[in-house]
Structure formats: structure tokens, C-alpha cells
Design a protein around this ligand. Structure first.
Ligand code: SRM
Ligand code: SF4
Length: 598
């Protein structure tokens, strides 16, 4: 019998139910079949194995060391002290730590099969959920991290929540599998923090989801909201982006971008990263309806035969931006749409350190190395520090898109207490740590040992590389320059490397493809500079380029602009043109490859 396709598995799943309840009740095995893993993703979990011990276990003819990763969704990265502490407690059921994600969620790794249900129950009882954190549905919606108390920030946060609620998949399967359906419901409903939208979604009968239908979307779907000039959510990398247009201090409407996405496969020319393009502008009242029209257009027109080409970016490319716009508008009778407004962003960086919120309170954005909330031996005790802040000061947190953590709503009278707790746990503010500006924003995806797709290290490699790159930056007097370094362990692009100034994309152990020439603003794709560099090569290769920048830059010119002026074209092209640039570079590279082969 041929293997069922993902589409067939979803169709036959009865509202993503499958056999998950039975398989998780069966304690005789440490893992579930691969078909079920596909369904499990929609419930916010992945089956993984510890790759550090895979080869050794294989040698000893032992099964893989199976476990599960669980991803919690939090629109705009918002999490209360109580929710944080529930996750902190759950670390004991996982690898003893948690990972802030660059979509402002939280991941727990290493949960054993027998413990998964309890962990998901606890996440749900915190008022958050794992529903739709992964899978072929709308994922965690990103929003501006800074908790500024003005009408515009309030509206963008409201929008991330409205989007999250509208696009939850609906089926009683989630409650039945993880929450024992009716049996747990009294608790689940009484809990004041339970998210009412999640509760409603889990009460829906399984089957024909009102938005997703029976086979859900062709592929994952990502949405982010950004307030100019801060592009912390990396809006051009999203399937759909929203940018408010502000009139007299309030939001009049949103410009909507479509078709961003970074996944690609080495050597498969039909796959590639794209930056999103502006689609249209719409008044605030219609924004979520327009979003639904985009999601259903993708549901109906996305590629369902080839998953590698199933993201919205390929649908937009194949229909053309105008064709896609016409499709979306045809689903919006009576809603007036307008040409997109011009967008202008400065940076994808977080604003680290202490800041005023605008309501008399403060927020403190703490640098977290690679987003890993752990107590490091001889290093920062992130887990203990944030747990103490949550329990003693009851302050909410915000996960930033650069995997740092904001402590929000701080009374100025609490500032010293926060600083004292951070210092006592070895956490130094990034400015005081002597980090270069590049170091503060450098990010790596998770990769080994948990990610099943990793071809090289990433989270465990980038800090060491930055230890070598930091002195080069300092020596060249570039320590305060905005330069974006990002790394991933494979071409899927989780660390968003393709719009970085320097992007390292894993190919094999200790080997990365090196991309150069994206932009700290997030609005330009990088081009392939070296198809394979080792960890030992990277500092030298980076130095060569930084030396050229230092020698050739004009006064005040940042790295991205220097690269755009001298290496790309005379003028920086509009964001939507950069994919052509990449294609040209890919063609050049293909030529080089042919030369090498010859
Ligand atoms: Fe990702 C798959 C981790 C953000 C593109 N991603 C994975 C998996 C689940 C591996 C797997 O499928 O077996 C990784 C789990 C590793 C682990 O052990 O934890 C994984 N992705 C992550 C996170 C944790 C990386 C991080 O540094 O924070 C991010 C979780 C975000 C969240 O909370 O939802 C994460 N992934 C991204 C991003 C960036 C973003 O969304 O802003 C991208 C590029 C943007 C995009 O989607 O185009 C991204 N992940 C992918 C892809 C390629 C998708 C494609 O279109 O081809 C895969 C593989 C797949 O889907 O087949 C993938
Ligand atoms: Fe895993 Fe690749 Fe994503 Fe890194 S980029 S987390 S290696 S899938």
C-alpha cells in the first residue's frame, strides 16, 4: 500500500482527531506512527528524538530516544506571571529549560510520550494553548513587542488577538484528546484565565471547519503586525503582514502585505525565499475579513500536490500579485479596498534595556542568549531570575521576535528590585556586557540536538562564532553598527537568515552556505556569497567584507546601505524587487557551479 499523503491524512482525520487519543493512552511504546505525528503538529507538538545520542543508540541497535516538543501560542508574545510560572514548572517534565521562539512563542523540548497530555493540559489551564501552534493552519500571530501604551500599540495587539481567535481550528478533538472532553471541562471552564476562544473552538463538532474545511490549509500560514519604523516582527518574511496607517494618533486602517516566506531546499530551484509584497490598504473595520479572504484564497488555490511549493508565496507568484489581489477582492463584496500605503522601516532590532511605556510604568527588555531560558553553569541563571520576578513582583512578560524577554508594566519603584534580581543571577544588561550591537540582535534557530531536520548546529554554534566576530567588529570600530547576523541549521530558514546582512544556512556538520546583503530593515534578500564555509572560515570571511565596508562606506552609511550601493545596484531597489536580485545571483552561482564542474 502506498504511503498516505499529508492531504489524505488530514482528510481522514475527523477534525484532526485520528488515533491520537488511543496512541497516547498506549504506554507500551515511546513514540507514535509518522502519520499521527502529522496530525499532532496541529495540536502544537512534534515528535522528535535526541540526535546527540542517535548514532550511538543505532550502533547499539537501540530505538531512537523519542520525545516530544510542545509549542505554546501567545499572540504578540504576551504572557502573564502566572502563565510563565506554569511553563517554568513544566520545564521539569521537559529538558529542564524552555526556548523562546522567534515567533514569540515558547517551546518545551524532551517531553516523554506519557507526559505530553499533562503538559498540554497545564498549558491550557494557564489560559494559553498549543492549538494550531504548528500544522497547516494559521500559526502564532506576531505583533510589536514593545508595550507602549498608546492607541496604535493597543490596536495592533488587539488585532493579533482577533486574528488568533478567528483562525483557531475548530473541533472537539483537541478537548477530547488532551482535556478528556467533558470530564475535565468543569475545571477547564471554571479557570478564570482559560481563553474563551480556545474553549469555544474545542466545543465545535469535528468535521467541516468553517474556515479551513476538511483538509485545512495546503501548508503552514504565518501572520505578523508591525508598527513603522520598527520591523521587529520581520513583516516581509510573513505570509501576511499588517502595518497600521495612523491619522491623528489613531489607526485608520492597515496596509496588508502578502507572500513572504523563507523556506527553501538546497539544490531545488523551484523553492526559494520571497519577501512579502504590499497587496492593498483597508479600513480598520475590515482588516480581519480581508485576512480571512486571503486565507481562504490560499486554501482554495494553494498547491496541494507538492508541499514544497504549497506556501502562499508560491500561490502569489503563480497567480501574480494582481491576479491574487483580484481573487481576494472578489471574496469581499461591499468592502472597499485601496492601494497600499508606502511603508518604511528602520530596523528589526529589539529595544533592549529600560524604557518608559507612556503610562508612568517602565519596561525592561532583557537579552536572552539564543532565547534559551536555562540556568547555565557559571553563566546567566535566566530561568531562576525570571521565575523570581514572576513570583515576587507578579510582572507580565513579552517574548520578542528576536527571542529576548521584556518584563513589562514595572512600577518605577520596582526598578531596583528587578535590576537586583537580574544582577544576582548573572544577567547583565546587553549594554553593560560590552556586546557589540550586532551581537545583541544575532539569532540562531534551534537545530541540534532536537530538530529532526537540522544538517548542522545553529543555536549551539552561533554564540561561539559571535565570540570571534565581536572582536573583529570592535577592532574595526564597528561595534555600534547595526549589522544583522543570523544562522540556521538547514535551509528551512527558521532563523530568518535570508534577509540578514550575514546569513549562515546549514548544509552539513560544521558547514554552512553564507548569504550576504540582506538588510537590518528586513526588506532585502541576501545573496549567496559562499556555498560552503566552515565555522573556522566564517570569522575571516566576515572580516574581509567588514574591512571593505569600513574602507568604502560613506559618512553615516550603515552596512546594508553600503552593500546596496556598492554590491547590489546603484540605488536600493524596492522590497518587492529583491527576489529578482536573488534569482540573478542564483543564476550566477549556477554558472559558477558549471564552471567548477567543467
Ligand atoms: Fe521553523 C520546521 C523551529 C520559526 C520555517 N521549525 C521547524 C521544526 C518544527 C522542525 C520540523 O519540522 O521537524 C523546528 C523545530 C526545532 C526544535 O527542535 O525546536 C522549527 N521554527 C522553529 C523555531 C523554534 C526557531 C526559532 O529559532 O525560534 C521557530 C518557532 C516559531 C513559532 O513559535 O511558531 C521557527 N520556521 C520559523 C520561521 C521564522 C518565522 O516564522 O518568522 C521560518 C521561516 C519563515 C517561513 O515560514 O517561511 C520557519 N520551520 C520552517 C520550515 C520551512 C517552511 C517552508 O516554507 O518550507 C520548516 C520545515 C517545514 O515546514 O517543512 C520548519
Ligand atoms: Fe530545524 Fe532547519 Fe528550522 Fe533550524 S532551520 S530549526 S535546523 S528546521
Amino acid at each position: 500500500m502506498s504511503k498516505a499523503s499529508v492531504e489524505e491524512i488530514k482528510l481522514a482525520s475527523a477534525g484532526l482527531r485520528g488515533q491520537l487519543a488511543e496512541q497516547f493512552a498506549d504506554t507500551s511504546t515511546p513514540n507514535i506512527p509518522e502519520d499521527s505525528n502529522i496530525l499532532l503538529k496541529h495540536h502544537g507538538s512534534y515528535q522528535q528524538d535526541d540526535r546527540d545520542v542517535r548514532a550511538e543508540r543505532n550502533k547499539q541497535k537501540l530505538d531512537k530516544a523519542w520525545s516530544f516538543m510542545i509549542r505554546s501560542k501567545m499572540p504578540g508574545g504576551r504572557i502573564t506571571a502566572r502563565q510563565w510560572m506554569i511553563h517554568d514548572d513544566l520545564c521539569s517534565k521537559a529538558m529542564g529549560n524552555m526556548r523562546l521562539t522567534n515567533r514569540q512563542g515558547i517551546q518545551l523540548h524532551g517531553v516523554l510520550k506519557g507526559g505530553l497530555k499533562e503538559v498540554i493540559q497545564h498549558v491550557c489551564h494557564s489560559g494559553l494553548s498549543t492549538m494550531g501552534a504548528c500544522g497547516d493552519v494559521v500559526r502564532n500571530t506576531m505583533g510589536p513587542a514593545a508595550p507602549i501604551k498608546d492607541k496604535v500599540h493597543a490596536d495592533t495587539q488587539r488585532l493579533t488577538e482577533e486574528i488568533s481567535q478567528r483562525f483557531l481550528w475548530r473541533s472537539s478533538a483537541y478537548a477530547d484528546i488532551w482535556l478528556d472532553g467533558e470530564k475535565v471541562e468543569p475545571n477547564w471552564i471554571k479557570d478564570p484565565e482559560v481563553n474563551p476562544a480556545v474553549r469555544e473552538a474545542t466545543k465545535a463538532p469535528e468535521g467541516d471547519d468553517p474556515i479551513y474545511g476538511k483538509v485545512y490549509l495546503p501548508r503552514k500560514f504565518k501572520i505578523g503586525v508591525a508598527i513603522q519604523p520598527c520591523n521587529d516582527v520581520d513583516v516581509y518574511s510573513q505570509d501576511v503582514g499588517f502595518v497600521p496607517h495612523v491619522v491623528d494618533g489613531d489607526v485608520e486602517g492597515y496596509t496588508i502585505t502578502v507572500g513572504g516566506g523563507f523556506g527553501m531546499s538546497h539544490g531545488q530551484l523551484s523553492t526559494r525565499p520571497f519577501l512579502a509584497q504590499p497587496l492593498l490598504y483597508v479600513k480598520r473595520a475590515h482588516v480581519v475579513d480581508v485576512c480571512e479572504a486571503i486565507v481562504t484564497s490560499q486554501r482554495d488555490h494553494g498547491n496541494r500536490t507538492e508541499r514544497k511549493n504549497a506556501r502562499l508565496k508560491y500561490t502569489v507568484q503563480s497567480m501574480g500579485l494582481d491576479g491574487f489581489r483580484a481573487e481576494v477582492v472578489s471574496r469581499l463584496p461591499g468592502i472597499e479596498t485601496f492601494p497600499p500605503k508606502e511603508l518604511k522601516f528602520d530596523t528589526v532590532e529589539d529595544t533592549l534595556g529600560w524604557h518608559e511605556q507612556g503610562d508612568g510604568r517602565l519596561y525592561c527588555s532583557v537579552y536572552v542568549s539564543m532565547g534559551r531560558i536555562a540556568d547555565r553553569e557559571g553563566g546567566p541563571q535566566y530561568r531562576s531570575a525570571f521565575a523570581e520576578i514572576a513570583t515576587k513582583l507578579d510582572l507580565p512578560f513579552i517574548v520578542t521576535p528576536n527571542t529576548n524577554l521584556i518584563i513589562a508594566d514595572i512600577d518605577p519603584a520596582q526598578k531596583d528590585a528587578v535590576n537586583e534580581i537580574l544582577a544576582r543571577h548573572g544577567i547583565v544588561h546587553a549594554d553593560e556586557a560590552g556586546f557589540t550591537r550586532a551581537r545583541k540582535v544575532a539569532h540562531a534557530c534551534v537545530a541540534l540536538p532536537t530538530c529532526g531536520l537540522a544538517l548542522s548546529e545553529s543555536e549551539r554554534a552561533l554564540p561561539g562564532l559571535m565570540d570571534k566576530i565581536d572582536p573583529v567588529l570592535k577592532e574595526l570600530g564597528l561595534e555600534d553598527e547595526p549589522i544583522l547576523f543570523r544562522m540556521t541549521g538547514c535551509p528551512n530558514g527558521c532563523g530568518r537568515p535570508y534577509n540578514a546582512d550575514f546569513g549562515f544556512v546549514g548544509r552539513a556538520p560544521n558547514k554552512w552556505a553564507m548569504f550576504v546583503g540582506g538588510s537590518i530593515r528586513g526588506n532585502r534578500l541576501a545573496g549567496l556569497e559562499y556555498k560552503s564555509v566552515t565555522g573556522e572560515d566564517i570569522p575571516g570571511k566576515v572580516r574581509e567584507i567588514l574591512e571593505a565596508f569600513k574602507a568604502e562606506r560613506q559618512p553615516g552609511e550603515i552596512f546594508a546601505d553600503w552593500f546596496g550601493r556598492t554590491r547590489v545596484k546603484g540605488e536600493e531597489p524596492a522590497p518587492e524587487q529583491f527576489h529578482i536580485e536573488l534569482a540573478e545571483r542564483a543564476a550566477k552561482l549556477a554558472g559558477q557551479k558549471a564552471d567548477e564542474a567543467g
